[in-house]
Design a protein around this ligand. Structure first.
Ligand code: SF4
Length: 358
């Protein structure tokens, strides 16, 4: 039972921080009933919990915060944000934060560095908002690179929906909603295999994007995620269960021998994926960006990964909208890297178009 064991390793909720109004929502009550032993602490806002968020004091508690703590809140301002790469819209979040600990993750950049899962319990309001939003768009009359027929809504920008689904039915409810939204489709990327999702019956209206990278690198930087081979192993099952299965090659990390390792990954995909999965496969390719503050935090708990992630001699600084110092591969150098990987994908995975590569 892969999924039960791996979920138990990831999540053992002992403490719940909650906004008091959470008890007014069915989803809030369900979650509280699911963890009757957990210590409850009421907070004014899911966003400002001094014990959890912020830079200081959380490094030693990093993993236990992610494994043992859950935050319950209410998503107050509901809006969908226009997007242009993986989706047409980013849906209002049903959660944020994550129980996994990928060294390069951008989610803690926004929220402070200890960022356990926060679940928003007003899922009915979120679903109603999305239903109205999609209905306002009308039919998608002009196909784009995102989807030929449907407006696509991203629901996993701030966490990992497969892990969230181990806590409650928010993701299940969203998938059920989009069965009925005639002009819309959901999408999220994942690094976690939760086989419960195989029973959600998405009827081809949810696109799941399995994030893949060479095994060797994943073992170093994808901390607490499902091993790459196990992710590839379930892709045919997800296609059979009615998901549209896509992949993300992300983040792509440069190191000596990187392309040889990508070739090994592609060989495994070629061996394991069946014709049905191959036929629907599209990939998105995203090269690494990293962040100076996160680098400094990582140096305290996982310095080995920083040897490959933090490479000032081949990276350049790019300030984010919020003023953070991010780094990415230097422009000309990066173009060569992108071209090399694109060429390899075209050669080794001829059935797999590239939605974008940057
Ligand atoms: S699975 Fe995604 S959200 Fe979670 S830590 Fe990794 S990159 Fe971040």
């Amino acid at each position: 039972m892969l999924h039960n064991k791996s979920i138990d390793n990831l999540l053992d909720i002992k403490e719940i921080y909650l906004e008091p109004e959470v008890r007014n929502f069915k989803r809030g009550l369900e979650i509280l009933e699911k963890y009757p032993e957990a210590t409850l602490t009421e907070v004014d806002s899911h966003w400002k919990i001094a014990q959890l968020f912020g830079f200081e004091g959380s490094v030693e508690d990093w993993i236990s915060n992610k494994k043992n703590v859950l935050i319950l809140g209410i998503k107050k301002s509901l809006s969908a944000r226009l997007n242009s790469r993986s989706s047409n819209w980013v849906a209002p979040s049903q959660s944020n934060g994550c129980t996994m600990s990928c060294s390069y993750c951008y989610v803690p950049r926004r929220k402070g560095f200890a960022n356990p899962i926060t679940i928003f319990v007003n899922i009915e309001q979120i679903c109603n908002y999305l239903r109205r939003h999609a209905s306002r768009q009308g039919p998608k009359s002009v196909p784009d690179h995102i989807d030929p027929n449907y407006w696509v809504y991203e629901i996993g920008e701030n966490g990992d929906c497969s892990a969230d689904a181990a806590i409650c039915d928010n993701v299940k409810d969203l998938i059920a909603l989009f069965r009925e939204v005639s002009n819309g489709k959901l999408t999220f990327a994942t690094k976690f295999v939760n086989r419960d999702l195989l029973n959600y019956d998405p009827q081809e209206k949810t696109r799941i994007r399995f994030s893949l990278m060479p095994h060797k690198m994943s073992k170093l930087v994808d901390v607490r995620t499902t091993p790459i081979s196990d992710r590839i192993d379930v892709m045919n099952d997800f296609a059979d269960a009615g998901y549209e299965v896509n992949v993300n090659f992300a983040p792509v990390i440069f190191y000596d021998g990187w392309l040889e390792d990508w070739k090994i990954l592609f060989d495994e995909m070629n061996d394991k994926l069946n014709e049905k999965t191959k036929k629907q496969l599209i990939t998105e390719i995203i090269f690494l960006t990293h962040n100076e503050q996160l680098h400094e935090v990582n140096m305290n708990w996982h310095p080995k990964a920083e040897d490959v992630l933090w490479r000032p001699e081949i990276q350049e600084v790019k300030y984010s909208q919020t003023g953070g110092r991010n780094v990415r591969y230097k422009r000309g150098f990066k173009k060569d890297l992108v071209d090399s990987l694109v060429e390899l994908v075209e050669k080794e995975l001829p059935y797999c178009p590239i939605r974008y590569a940057f």
